[in-house]
Write a protein that binds this ligand. Structure first.
Ligand code: IVH
Length: 665
């Protein structure tokens, strides 16, 4: 290929890939399957490698750039980044409206927006290019985190507006990314993040943009600072203009003509909040007209033309009945609070992790205490403190046992660990947890083999090691309680189907220390076969980009164990696939494969996030709005405009029962 041809080809590919990226990350409406995107990206990477002189800043290959930084540089905000005054109830909102109308001396229109719980960010574009991204800092001086922000796929690297604009928004971590990240960190025995906001902040504070890139952050714009583009006289028109430029604007904003409408919007999102795929901590109400905004001006700290309504904290008070100990797959003994059932943020909570004995001591939490419970990031229940005034004297202090509650062997503190561990490799609790992990969704994904059934099989001594799962016989299963002909048949079929899983699922399922689902995938892609992994050395592992010392050491050790070598030999003889096939062949993988699905309305049996997860693990993509590319709309109770649009476009509509049947089938 000659230079001219290569240049043209690279330009076309960049344009095409940026279009696909925009559809996927900004519009939430992909028009091509992921495989097509990957294919084109590879083509571009190859061309750029052959013709490095044509690598451009706007290329999707240039999002994760260069070397880690030493430190972040300071950036001055020419237009200060202020914060908002708060409203906590209806009366505060009416007060705000009264103040605004009085000062404006004419009727005002409000724009209500969701208050995204993340970090305020400013993005500067000069001559159509993203040149600088900064944190809010103290409002006047922030930190330059451009290279981290470039990794956020919904942030356009180039725009068609050539005049300088500085736009502002909230960077955040979507809930599914947050849950996946924490799961991964737990598996790798790293500290988990308390909530998505901390996770987003922690990710953007990384000096190595590769880390930020791996965290799946997102960004909604809600404002602007410096604006040299055409004067646009209202906030809503500016949002629309920014949207046209390719920025991601949260679609739920609404124009409200009266404070009654504002209050209605607040009430609506107070109940709808758990169905969002990201966290919000309130509603922001802004005067739409920019002239009116200017007239209203600022107090010392806040604009007078906007206010943040804050949702009440989701806390509840209940009694701590007991502290139960559980032994995890790696032998870590974790105390769990057993609580009087209490309703908090829409769900009933009866258990909460207390993490470790030091924490219980530090918080001075005693069995029998009345405690304050909080949902951190509204997902994970957390014991905040004991209410000392409520003590009767009958409370008992908790102390960690010296021996493993499952096998009785002595518990030990390993160096630099807060956790207590049981080191017995034959500890029944550990074996059982290892089996539960092996069949779990990200591992071998064996349907019908949940925690309860594993417990039952383990207790009946039908399984002890992973290989035993593949030796289960119909007759012995039929002898068990609650196991009918049909469920046994389904179970055996699912076990059989899991044999064809791609290598990464088996690797993850083996439960190697520090190897989460992502690392397992990296290894599988790199080595392709189990044989090659078994033959590899520490040096081969450490040479892989994403593998650190801790991981390399753990993998090398794991595969040198006699027990592991024997186990892999058995699994292979039992017909379990040992190669990377790149596909998920587990039982339900294909149900929604390559389908684009929109969820609307409230379901009885699934939260919005659960439904989304179920669709995604079954190969589908969930998007936010209905278009001609939508394959199915799943409509729960009180489905609104999306349902009507689906009818209009003649798109398949399912009710909750149809969805449930499909998932259960
Ligand atoms: S408007 C002049 N709109 O909430 C202040 N803020 O205290 C303009 N936030 O620092 C802020 N979502 O980090 C605005 N839709 C939204 C928002 C939003 C989240 C954050 C932002 C700001 C804080 C307000």
């Amino acid at each position: 290929m000659d230079k001219q041809e290569a240049k043209k080809k690279i330009e076309n590919l960049i344009q095409l890939l940026n279009k696909y990226g925009y559809e996927y990350y900004v519009l939430d409406q992909p028009t091509v399957p992921d495989a097509t995107y990957d294919e084109k990206l590879q083509e571009l990477e190859k061309l750029e490698a052959a013709f490095p002189e044509f690598v451009s800043e706007s290329s999707p290959t240039q999002r994760v750039g260069g070397q880690p930084l030493d430190k972040f540089h300071k950036v001055e905000h020419h237009v200060p980044m202020l914060s908002l005054g708060n409203a906590f109830n209806e009366a505060d909102l009416r007060d705000f409206d009264r103040r605004v109308t009085q000062l404006a001396q004419e009727p005002v229109t409000y724009i209500c927006e969701l208050k995204i719980d993340g970090l305020a960010i400013a993005l500067t574009y000069e001559d159509g290019k993203f040149v600088r991204g900064a944190t809010r800092g103290d409002g006047t001086i922030g930190e330059d985190i451009t290279s981290n922000l470039r990794t956020i796929r919904s942030v356009p690297l180039t725009i068609s507006e050539k005049r300088t604009i500085e736009v502002r928004g909230e960077a955040f971590m979507p809930l599914h990314s947050f849950l996946a990240l924490n799961k991964e960190r737990e598996e790798e025995e790293e500290m988990v993040f308390a909530n998505p906001r901390n996770a987003a902040a922690g990710s953007l504070r990384q000096l190595d943009p590769k880390i930020a890139a791996s965290r799946n952050l997102d960004l909604f714009l809600f404002g602007y600072g410096q604006w040299e583009a055409e004067e646009i006289g209202s906030h809503s028109d500016r949002l629309n203009y920014l949207s046209e430029l390719g920025f991601k604007i949260n679609p739920e904003w609404k124009r409200c003509e009266t404070i009654e409408e504002v209050i209605e919007y607040v009430a609506h999102w107070t109940t709808e909040r758990p169905n969002l795929s990201y966290e919000i901590d309130g509603i922001v109400i802004k005067v739409d007209n920019l002239q009116q905004q200017a007239k209203l001006g600022f107090t010392a700290k806040n604009p007078r033309w906007a206010i943040a309504y804050k949702f009440p904290a989701t806390e509840a008070v209940t009694k701590l009945r007991d502290i139960e100990l559980s032994v995890g797959r790696t032998g870590v003994v974790t105390p769990t609070a057993i609580l009087d059932p209490v309703k908090i943020a829409g769900s009933t909570v009866q258990r909460a992790s207390l993490h470790n004995a030091d924490l219980i001591k530090e918080m001075d939490i005693r069995i029998g205490d009345t405690i304050v419970l909080k949902k951190a990031g509204d997902i994970i229940p957390k014991v905040v403190r004991a209410i000392e005034e409520k003590r009767t004297g009958n409370e008992t202090e908790f102390s960690m046992p010296k021996n493993c509650p499952s096998c009785g062997s002595e518990l030990v503190h390993l160096e630099e660990e807060v956790a207590l561990r049981c080191l017995n490799p034959d500890c029944p609790a550990q074996l059982q947890e290892g089996l539960i992990h092996f069949v779990s969704r990200d591992a071998m994904n064996i349907d019908g083999l949940g925690e309860k059934v594993i417990e039952q099989l383990f207790q009946a001594k039908l399984i002890k090691t992973i290989a035993d799962i593949y030796r289960l016989k119909k007759d012995e299963l039929l002898n068990l309680e609650r196991m009918g002909e049909k469920s046994v048949q389904n179970l055996l079929t699912a076990i059989d189907a899991s044999k064809t899983n791609s290598l990464e699922k088996l690797l993850f399922g083996l439960g190697i220390r520090h190897i989460g689902a992502k690392a397992a995938r990296t290894l599988a892609v790199h080595f392709q076969t189990m044989d090659r992994i078994q033959q590899a050395t520490y040096d081969d592992f450490i040479a892989i980009d994403e593998v650190g010392e801790k991981m390399a050491d753990a993998i090398a050790r794991f595969f040198s164990e006699e027990k592991v070598i024997a186990l892999l030999h058995q699994l292979s003889a039992l017909g379990v696939n040992m190669t990377y096939t790149g596909a998920d062949h587990s039982s339900k993988a294909a149900l929604f494969s390559n389908q684009t699905i929109v969820l609307t309305g409230k379901m009885e049996n699934f939260s919005r996030n659960e439904a989304k997860e179920l669709i995604e693990v079954n190969g589908g993509t969930v998007t936010g709005s209905v278009s001609k590319n939508t394959d199915i709309v799943i409509a729960g109770e009180a489905a609104g405009s999306k349902y009507n649009k689906a009818k209009e476009l003649n798109i398949t509509i399912w009710d909750e029962q149809q969805f449930k049947d499909a998932i259960d089938s």
